[in-house]
Design a protein around this ligand. Sequence first.
Ligand code: APR
Ligand code: PHB
Length: 398
Amino acid sequence: MSSVRTQVGIIGAGPAGLLLGHLLHLQGIESIILEDRSRAYVERRVRAGVLEAGAAELLRESGVGARMDREGMFHRGIYLQFAGARHHIDFVDLTGHGITIYGQQEVVKDLIAARLAWGGPLLFESEATAVREIEGDHPVICYRQGDEEGVIACDVVAACDGSHGIGRTVLAATSPRIYEREYTFGWLGILARTPPASEELIYAYHETGFALHSMRTPEISRLYLQVPADEDLKNWPERRIWAELRLRLGEPGLPSGEILDIGITPMRSLVAEPMQCGRLFVLGDAAHVVPPTGAKGMNLALADARDLAAALATWYRSGDRTALDAYSDACLRRVWQAEHFSAFMTNLLHLDAAHDPFQHRLRLAHLAYLTRSRAAAGSLAENYTSAATGLRAVGSLD
Ligand code: APR
Ligand code: PHB
């Protein structure tokens, strides 16, 4: 059994774990990152794709934004499509900030490349199996790499291992409050080789359900359809997917293209509170989950990493634990704001299981309000562009 020591033991090489390791390295703090999957797997996994202005700036400032600036697509706002018409919500006009479309796996690739360039320890196909002694000053992570078992002794454990990792399980044993909501629907998502039909994202509310038109490059579209949470992909042959997208998006000419990736993701909201216990700190999806309608998941993960890295840097530099002790409280303010916005967008744009006609009319009324009122549109824009990273929005009260 191998045994090593580091300052910060990080579980998970998603956006949260990789950015944390990167920011700690910039502060001269050592870390080891364990990742259960292979490098090829995490670099290929298709996930979210929207960066708030604050998240894009964070990547840029920390030296990993060059490819994002070259290949990412800057959008001024989004389109809302409902009742047969399309309306633009111009975030730049409303808040001074836009968004950047850049796939999560591209962020992951850039952060992995940056870490491997200086020889930073990043162990792929290494599964954390237990976390011990978090109440004392010398926590340990046990892990398995192939047939080998290993132990990492550290000062602090950062669980960045997503919604199915052991981080939440270890935290749960310390009795946090878990707030949770399941939705009766999920998203069928495809990545397709077809040029986007619109220059910016279209969020569509239709009598047959929600649809979203997003993109990755000028040749690749990312498209989603609301389906029942327990839907079987077998019910969705390609012809049906394209027909339903054309109908819901109001794009009768949307050209079909080769489907490069397909899957159904159930939706839920979850917050574990507090997000820390002793020497264990929990980040990203391991601590909180949002439905994807508000595009907040990756942004929250990056913001948690930014906040924990800053708190750890203060602690290592001066011994002052104040910011570290306040990590969870600082994150949860942003997290609940993003939870609220994500639930709001989800309820606004999806048909409920009962197809309640009253709810349907309320949604249409609110959507119409968003297109008529600068104050209502401004609130949506403020949340869409900065709820997760906490960038001060124009007109904010504090
Ligand atoms: N040991 C090591 N690694 C693990 C373990 C384990 N026991 N369990 C899970 N992992 C890894 C997963 O393989 C994954 O690569 O942890 C990583 C967690 O990464 P993400 O799921 O991307 O989570 P996070 O960094 O919090 O980013 C959140 O991901 O799912 C999206 O919508 C979500 O955009 C948001 C983002
Ligand atoms: C995506 O591009 O994958 C995407 C965009 C907006 C969302 C969710 C996902 O709200």
